[in-house]
Design a binder for this molecule. Structure first.
Ligand SMILES: [Zn+2]
Ligand SMILES: [Zn+2]
Length: 128
């Protein structure tokens, strides 16, 4: 249903289902790990995501784990410990031929948003 990879293509994945939603996360960890004002995540059922090579896992807090490519550093995914059935895939790693990707439904963690970034008036929900 969807496929993607890191920048150097060492890590590749395929999903057997369509994503359920897309959120833009403005939290400090997403900003730091991506080097961008926010990270877009598409949510897939964890059982539907097949990694051809497993990415490196970073236990980023006592609530979440994040993954990245050990060769090129691309951010790949995040899992919340209390929501093991959902895998949030970094949307920028998806291949361009995915027509099933939803538009953003929410901007989250706006309390930690970069002061220089203006959230677009795109109709998505806004959560502090
Ligand atoms: Zn890579
Ligand atoms: Zn975040």
């Amino acid at each position: 249903m969807a496929s993607g990879s890191c920048a150097c293509k060492y890590i590749q994945y395929k999903t057997s289902k369509s994503p359920t939603r897309l959120v833009n996360c403005h939290c400090i960890e997403c900003r730091k790990q991506s080097g961008a004002p926010y990270l877009s995540f598409v949510h897939f059922p964890t059982s539907s995501v097949n990694w051809e090579t497993d990415p490196t896992v970073w236990k980023s807090s006592d609530k979440a784990s994040r993954t990245f490519c050990p060769r090129c550093g691309s951010v790949l995914s995040m899992n919340l410990d209390n929501e093991p059935d959902t895998t949030a895939i970094a949307a920028g790693t998806l291949d361009d031929d995915n027509s099933s990707i939803p538009t953003p439904s929410a901007h989250i963690f706006l309390a930690e948003k970069a002061s220089w970034f203006q959230v677009p008036d795109d109709g998505a929900e806004r959560w502090e």
